[in-house]
Design a protein around this ligand. Structure first.
Ligand SMILES: [Mg+2]
Length: 331
């Protein structure tokens, strides 16, 4: 890590202790880390940035901002079937972020390091005049040549998704005072989905050799299914009524079916979306039970290209381009 003296203080006091579990991190005292994967494994590497005002709000608790920055990256590792190993952090501290903020931020990282078995191995801290942004590069390990990709889906495969869809987008609307369910516990659950996504590490690992194509839902269910189709040179059909919704989402969709489209084109879900041959159905059911995780079949891969969305009556419905406008490179 490089930086001005006060940054050395922050690194020594708050970040170096987070590197204690990985000898290759060299205590964050060197120019770079030096690590190698376990025998027969490859590194899987991903980078994602989260920015104030986009992925978190200025007043969000710093420990949760830290955990979200880490978790969105761990979610990418999960989508590849990889086990988390290490990460680096580039932290641009915007105005108003004092040492107390950094201390709470680092404690959030410590909590999730323990939870997900991952260790800080390097990074950089700068003071910036603009909003706070955090870039994490996460490194995972997977058996050589076994990683899940977006490119293996085949016509006839079923399409599955974990958890429920659209809650993070609802949470953001609640935080912005644009929406409320009228039920405090449902509002709180949506806020938690936005602030603290759950990377589906165990599911990703269990899908090795089972799923043909996989992605984590960051741009919205429809857009991310589009990414699988592009990389697999296939089309897909999803049945809107099959898309798993929370209680909050279910209530909104019952009042106004237009919500269904909003929920599948919102982003930040960090659930796993994957394809698997029909013969895998019972194994996926058993997996859902073992992981105590909802895994729902929502459609099928088809020949051709593009995404068809069917409504309650089985008619094709337009979802607009909302889910396709993202310009970020999510890898
Ligand atoms: Mg992703």
């Amino acid at each position: 890590m490089n930086g001005a003296p006060d940054e050395f203080h922050l690194i020594r006091r708050y970040f170096a202790p987070l590197a204690a579990g990985e000898p290759g991190a060299l205590g964050l005292g060197d120019d770079a880390a030096a690590i190698k994967p376990a025998d027969g494994h490859s590194f899987v590497v991903t980078a994602d940035t989260i920015a104030e005002g986009v992925h978190f709000l200025p007043d969000d608790p710093p420990n949760q901002i830290a955990r979200k920055a880490l978790r969105v990256n761990l979610s990418d590792l999960a989508a590849m079937g990889a086990a988390p190993r290490a990460y680096t952090l580039a932290l641009a501290l915007g105005r108003g972020r004092d040492e107390e903020w950094v201390a709470a931020f680092a404690s959030g990282l410590a909590d999730d390091q323990q939870r997900f078995g991952v260790t800080l191995i390097g990074g950089d801290t700068v003071a910036a005049p603009g909003p706070t942004t955090l870039s994490v590069t996460a490194i995972g390990e997977v058996g050589e040549g076994r990683e899940l990709t977006r490119g293996g889906a085949r016509a006839g495969d079923h399409i599955w998704v974990s958890g429920t869809i659209g809650d993070a987008g609802l949470g953001l609307r609640v935080l912005r005072d644009e929406l409320s369910s009228g039920d405090e516990s449902l509002d709180a659950a949506a806020i938690s989905a936005y602030r603290l996504p759950e990377p589906r590490i165990a599911l990703g690992n269990a899908l090795l050799g089972l799923a043909t194509g996989a992605i984590d839902v960051s741009d919205g269910l429809a857009a991310d299914l589009g990414h699988i189709c592009e990389q697999s040179s296939t089309g897909a059909v999803i049945e809107l009524p099959a898309v798993p919704l929370s209680e909050f989402g279910t209530r909104l969709a019952a009042d106004d079916p237009a919500w269904l489209t909003r929920l599948i084109t919102g982003g930040d879900d960090y659930e796993l979306l994957f394809s698997a041959p029909p013969a895998a159905e019972s194994e996926i059911g058993a997996l859902a039970e073992r992981l105590a995780l909802r895994i729902t079949r929502i459609g099928a891969i088809e020949p051709g290209s593009g995404l068809r969305v069917l409504d309650h009556a089985g008619n094709s419905t337009e979802i607009g381009s909302a889910g396709y406008r993202h310009f970020q490179f999510d890898r």
